[in-house]
Write a protein that binds this ligand. Structure first.
Ligand code: PMP
Length: 380
């Protein structure tokens, strides 16, 4: 039973709370004194923790540990992709800001990919664009997210990568939201570069990884010491990396069961919300979506107001992506999908995760009905 004063956290796409296994691994790692670059016993112990975590993260996505480069998070991993002086970048306007901003700041010629109103990137258009735009010997990149942080809509990265690589276009995928929620296999995706973030899988914040295909040459973003096989300088955050590794182990072990459990809970919440607000719009309902994400537009309501009302009632959800909260205005993702501005500004995101119990969901629905429905009926 959830007590009336108890908080209900349903914002796992913004950050998934630290898993107990990750916390325990971090606490243990904090006991270790050495710098992983030192040759003495303490240094070797720190190195062991990092290399174990590298194997654990690699196992989560079915790759070799040598391909894993630890970073300060997915923002850094996404920025690293732009250290190559790309001539052309193919990208849709639904990518995360940490992909879009470095692409925008680069000298690359941007080919904007279109998105339908379910949030699915038009890969037919991509194929045509590649055939038309391809500059002989040009360095070309497709950056295509696996799943969207706001809507949960998934893209067929493997299909796009197959075509792209046949035509000499390199491929990066931001797998931050997909990883730990659906099966992600680096080799099956056949991409060159893949970004991960620890805190979306229940690891600590401020650590992530870029997975680099064996043999792929990527210039360094952060220069300095020889850490991470000269691919990312700076003394490693051993405790955070150990926590990331532990979260990866738990996420992998629980993936199949959690995927199914969360899908059932999400679908239940979606049906219950539609029953009490039939005019609501489920964003991305027709597309393949992450099992934990529900993006719902409640026309007539302002998302910020919904979020504040629910926060006061002890429920944490978000309006658009957390990174853009504080900004008034429709999310770039929903706008790109062609939602009318007032509909886009009414959309909130409910995202479930490892600590979402059925009882929390029922209590969320009861608070939602109590708080939001009387106002909606008054307006209607
Ligand atoms: N990509 C996506 C799709 C995200 O959702 C986020 C986090 N909101 C990031 C990248 C950035 O990750 P980090 O917080 O590790 O920098």
């Amino acid at each position: 039973m959830i007590k009336p004063a108890e908080r209900i956290y349903m914002d796992h796409n913004a950050s998934s709370p630290l898993r107990p296994t990750a916390r325990a691994a971090m606490m243990a790692a904090l006991e270790s004194d050495g710098n992983a670059s030192s040759v003495h016993r303490e240094g070797r112990a720190a190195r062991r923790l990092i290399e174990d975590a590298r194997e654990q993260v690699a196992a989560l996505i079915g790759t070799q540990s040598a391909n894993v480069v630890f970073t300060s998070g997915a923002t850094e991993a996404n920025n690293m992709v732009l250290t190559v002086p790309w001539d052309t970048v193919y990208m849709a306007g639904i990518e995360h800001e940490s992909v879009m901003a470095p692409v925008g700041a680069s000298d690359a010629n941007l080919v904007a990919l279109s998105v339908d109103n379910s949030g699915v990137v038009d890969l037919g258009y991509f194929a045509t664009a590649v055939l038309q735009h391809r500059a002989p010997d040009g360095r070309e990149l497709l950056t295509l997210q696996l799943a969207n942080n706001e809507t949960g809509v998934c893209q067929d990265v493997a299909a796009a990568a197959g075509f792209a690589r046949q035509h000499g276009v390199c491929v990066h995928t931001d797998a931050v939201q997909a990883c730990g929620r659906i099966a992600v296999d680096f080799d099956d995706l056949d991409v060159d570069l893949l970004s991960l973030s620890s805190h979306k899988i229940g690891g600590p914040m401020g650590v992530g990884a870029l997975i680099i295909r064996d043999g792929f040459e990527l210039p360094t973003l952060i220069h300095g010491g020889g850490q991470e096989r000269r691919r990312r300088a700076g003394t490693e955050n051993v405790a955070a990396i150990a926590g990331f590794g532990a979260a990866a182990v738990t996420a992998k072990a629980e993936l199949a069961a959690e995927n199914e459990r969360l899908r059932v809970l999400r679908d239940f919440a979606e049906a219950a919300l539609l029953e009490c607000a039939p005019e609501a719009l489920i964003v991305g309902a027709d597309a393949d979506r992450l099992p934990n994400t529900l993006c719902i537009a409640l026309p007539g309501d302002l998302a910020e107001t919904t979020v504040i009302k629910l926060d006061l009632a002890g429920v944490a959800i978000s309006a658009g992506s957390a990174c853009s909260s504080g900004k008034v205005g429709a999310s770039h993702v929903l706008t790109e999908m062609g939602l009318a501005p007032d509909v886009a500004r009414s959309a909130v995101r409910i995202s479930l995760g490892w600590n979402t119990a059925e009882t929390s969901l029922e209590e969320f629905l009861s608070r939602f009905r109590r708080l939001l429905l009387p106002d909606r009926r008054a307006v209607a």
